[in-house]
Design a protein around this ligand. Structure first.
Ligand code: PAF
Length: 284
């Protein structure tokens, strides 16, 4: 596996593969890799002979770059590189912050996806999706992959990225990969590291609450606003600090109109020091 930190080196290697007529898949990550990331890599290997994985903890998508969430985000580059080598990645791109934002964060050109970025998680994390859209656009331009893969756990992020690809005419196919779960149902996430074992077991209540809501919706036993209120109440009763529990149209996260069937239930809630997000599609 090639390990590079500079855009020029990355481009040299990618150009060589391209010259050989090989397709390139990109798996963008912030590192601290778990089984969910490895599933993205497996999926990438099935669709392209060359897989580039990026590891970059992107300061622009954290509200508090001076400390807090950005500073304590787990960084495990050596162990990540080892896992990627074993899993068959072709290239690890792990640039320093100055390579991605040479003039600093304030001066950086930004990519904004209005509307989709301002709802659900966007309400609680202002600027977050602008940071994601900006870094993903930059990574797309650096790597110029044929395909890029993202986890469906971050469902809103996936839609933001699909929209930016369409609007900015990136010639890149975006593949969503299903969420990988612990046996308890808890969605795999780097943020699960902030939970102790007892909290981890308890955190599965988020998934269970989503499953209950899906059953209620499918059986037609309750209206959407009742289901959302019940979800919030169930999470609070289970000791979460719930931010939202919402039923939306799967295609664009708009509030569903009557008779809409392609829906997704999304939730965000804090348990201790961890902000957890999860979602369930109604047709899955
Ligand atoms: O999902 C993530 O890990 C990040 O938001 C991403 C897509 C790598 C951009 O920094």
């Amino acid at each position: 596996m090639h390990e590079v930190q500079r855009i020029a080196e990355l481009r040299r290697q990618v150009a060589q593969w391209r010259g050989q007529g090989e397709r390139i898949a990109l798996v963008p990550t912030m590192g601290n890799l778990h089984a969910g990331h490895l599933r993205l890599l497996e999926a990438a290997r099935r669709v392209a002979p060359r897989v580039v994985v990026s590891i970059f903890v992107n300061p622009l998508q954290f509200s508090d770059t001076g400390g807090g969430d950005f500073a304590r985000y787990p960084r495990t580059l050596a162990a990540d590189a080892e896992r990627l080598r074993e899993a068959g990645a072709d290239l690890l791109f792990a640039p320093p912050v100055a390579e991605v934002y040479p003039d600093g964060l304030q001066a950086a050109t930004r990519v904004t996806v209005p509307g989709l970025s301002d709802i659900l998680c966007g309400v609680y994390r202002p600027g977050h999706f602008e940071g994601v859209a900006t870094v993903v656009s930059k990574l797309f331009n650096m790597v110029q992959p044929d395909l890029a893969l993202f986890g469906e756990k971050d469902y809103q992020q996936l839609l933001v990225i699909r929209r930016l690809v369409r609007d900015l005419c990136f010639p890149i196919e975006i593949l969503g990969v299903p969420t990988v779960r612990e046996p308890s149902g808890l969605a795999m996430s780097s943020r699960n590291h902030y939970l102790d074992e007892t909290q981890k077991a308890h955190a599965a209540r988020l998934y269970q609450t989503l499953c209950q809501a899906r059953e209620r919706l499918q059986s037609g036993a309750a209206e959407i606003d009742e289901i959302e209120a019940e979800g919030m109440q169930a999470l609070r009763a289970a000791g979460f600090r719930a931010e939202y529990f919402s039923v939306r149209r799967a295609a664009d996260l708009a509030p569903p109109t009557a008779g809409e069937r392609d829906l997704v239930i999304l939730a965000a809630a804090w348990l201790g020091e961890a902000r957890l997000i999860d979602n369930l599609r109604l047709d899955s």
